[in-house]
Design a protein around this ligand. Structure first.
Ligand SMILES: NC(=O)c1ccc[n+]([C@@H]2O[C@H](COP(=O)([O-])OP(=O)(O)OC[C@H]3O[C@@H](n4cnc5c(N)ncnc54)[C@H](OP(=O)(O)O)[C@@H]3O)[C@@H](O)[C@H]2O)c1
Length: 266
């Protein structure tokens, strides 16, 4: 039987691409979608998907009156936690693609998920190459503890460092704390020139026209260098495969898991 999916943010940049992919599968069924501006309209007409008849809801609360197995959150951080909580109370599992939820939000969601015997998968970046970069970089950091991160993005990206760079800093620091040769307080010149310290890792954010999204883990060892770099294209397709995997796997456990790698075999 197909997994019934309710997608909040169904008309958004990321959500629309995911909606189009879901309707192409045999094992997933898009049964409800949320967008305030398109509430009441047929999703098939809005996204130009032939033969799709799903009336868009103006809120997650309303959309969840249609029974679903998995609720996908792809809207904005200010409503994400409430949306996922509503979905859990209605007996659905949750996939969180929305960035910006705090550790405390996720802890509360974890507790609620356990209470309702449901699973929640929170994934800061669904891109499979990013997941692979994270895993490879964790392995390298165990052997090469002098590393820093560079976070590149287009000029108008306001948040810095990116969620992906933050996640990478967190993971690398867990693999092995970063070492710096010259303690930061002994920097000669502005301390800011050494970037921001996240989980003990120096992270440098570049925001320039002509750039899309890239992240680079740089490792230095005596007279040698190793860099692991990911470059995104400009379409949301990069996030589709990972999101489909998350929807398929989220019903296989109880409580909250973080990161797509938590449901992949390595
Ligand atoms: N995890 C990943 O790999 C990944 C990848 C891409 C993006 N993201 C994250 O996913 C989120 C969405 O990104 P996006 O680029 O798709 O944004 P977007 O293009 O602005 O789309 C947002 C969607 O959410 C809906 N929405 C916004 N506020 C809402 C509310 N209060 N109630 C109900 N619906 C609401 C919008 O429709 P209306 O305005 O009509 O309500 C729209 O459908 C962001 O947090 C982004 O950082 C994560």
């Amino acid at each position: 039987m197909a997994i019934r999916v309710c997608l909040a943010g169904v008309t958004g940049w990321a959500g629309a691409a995911l909606a189009r992919a879901i309707v192409q599968t045999d094992d997933l069924e898009l049964v409800a979608g949320v967008s305030r501006r398109h509430a009441g309209q047929n999703l098939g007409d809005v996204l130009n998907i032939p033969h799709l008849n799903v009336v868009i809801s103006g809120s997650a609360e309303e959309a969840l009156t249609t029974g679903c197995d998995v609720f996908v959150e792809y809207t904005k951080p200010d409503v994400a936690r409430a949306n996922v909580s509503t979905a859990l109370r209605r007996g659905a599992h949750g996939v969180i693609g929305t960035s910006g939820l705090t550790d405390q939000d996720l802890e509360e969601i974890d507790a609620l998920a356990r209470q309702h015997n449901s699973g929640v998968l929170a994934v800061g970046n669904f891109s499979l190459p990013v997941v692979l970069l994270q895993k490879c970089a964790e392995l390298v950091a165990r052997y090469l503890p002098q590393y820093e991160i560079i976070d590149y993005a287009h000029a108008d990206k306001k948040d810095a460092p990116s969620g992906t760079a933050r996640e990478l800093a967190y993971r690398l620091s867990k693999a092995r704390p970063a070492q710096v040769a010259v303690p930061l307080e002994q920097t000669e010149g502005p301390l800011e020139s050494r970037g921001v310290t996240l989980n003990g890792v120096q992270v440098h954010s570049i925001r320039l026209p002509g750039h899309v999204i890239s992240v680079e883990a740089l490792f230095g060892v005596l007279d040698q260098r190793l860099s692991l770099r990911y470059d995104a294209g400009s379409s949301p397709e990069a996030y589709v495969e990972g999101a489909l995997l998350a929807i398929r796997r989220v019903g296989t456990f109880v409580g909250l898991k973080r990161g797509l790698d938590s449901v992949m075999d390595f």
